[in-house]
Design a protein around this ligand. Structure first.
Ligand SMILES: [Zn+2]
Length: 274
């Protein structure tokens, strides 16, 4: 049992108070020292904190000079590579159509045709020479041109953009036997097309030669010409009599280039009209 706790301290023992006060002072000094030490440590921590991170001192009052980088949690969806469009297969370059023309040299490789008794001039001599010039001109202008004999095997089912058979009229001497004429098949399956070919040949040949038209002498030998019925029915065809062997002889023998040019221009007129 102790007086200090359960009984008032007797007067005689009050001298001991200095001893208890000393202890309290010591304890208080220790407490104050510990408190001061704690404050010093805290202060040191704060100083170190602001020293290591200078921006922290101003973050509370002023906005940061460096904008904050916001790291978004959004992860962009990776863009899928664009689906390539189906590559169109390049179309083959179309081959430009080169018109094909057939030229029959009348009577060639078959017979002489009309003959002039006075000089022995033969129709085939003129038709072959003029036909060769026509083919040469057409080829020089880029066309396909076939030189065909009177009964050329190629005529069977022949397909072309045009066919022209070249003949010369008889060597009759009566007045008025001069001029040229053009005809197509009497039973044509493409009459309008062949009429255009005939009209073009009339106009161009007339312009090139100056010869008169002589349509009144067109016979069944022309409209029923054998080649018309051997070639392909869709091949436009015509037959031309260049002139008469007697009265037009000078033109037929000496100006064959003009004759050929007239026919070539007639064919080109027809091809251009399609
Ligand atoms: Zn003939």
């Amino acid at each position: 049992m102790s007086y200090d706790r359960f009984e008032p301290m007797p007067r005689g023992r009050r001298r001991r108070r200095p001893r208890g006060g000393l202890r309290r002072h010591i304890l208080e000094a220790i407490a104050h020292g510990f408190l001061a030490f704690s404050l010093a440590v805290n202060l040191l921590v704060l100083v170190l904190f602001f020293w290591v991170w200078p921006g922290a001192s101003s973050s509370a009052s002023t906005p940061p000079s460096t904008p904050l980088v916001i790291v978004s949690a959004y992860t962009p969806t990776p863009a899928y590579p664009p689906t390539p469009l189906p590559t169109a297969t390049p179309l083959p370059t179309p081959t430009p159509h080169v018109p094909r023309i057939g030229i029959i040299a009348g009577h060639w490789q078959n017979d002489s045709g009309a003959i002039c008794e006075d000089t022995g001039l033969q129709e085939v001599d003129i038709t072959l020479a003029v036909s060769r010039k026509i083919v040469a001109q057409l080829r020089s202008e880029g066309y396909q041109a076939d030189l065909l004999a009177e009964f050329d095997p190629l005529l069977n089912g022949y397909q072309a953009d045009a066919l022209v058979s070249v003949h010369v009229d008889s060597c009759v001497t009566f007045e008025g036997a001069t001029g040229f004429k053009v005809a197509r098949a009497a039973t044509s399956v493409i009459p309008e097309t062949e009429d255009r070919l005939v009209a073009c040949l009339y106009d161009a040949y007339e312009r090139a030669t100056g010869l008169p038209r002589h349509p009144g002498s067109i016979t069944h030998n022309m409209t029923g010409y054998h080649a018309f019925y051997r070639i392909h029915p869709q091949t436009p065809a015509a037959i031309i009599e260049l002139g008469f062997l007697y009265h037009d002889r000078d033109m037929l023998t000496n100006e064959q280039d003009r004759l050929a040019t007239g026919i070539v221009n007639g064919i080109k007129c027809f091809l251009d009209s399609q």
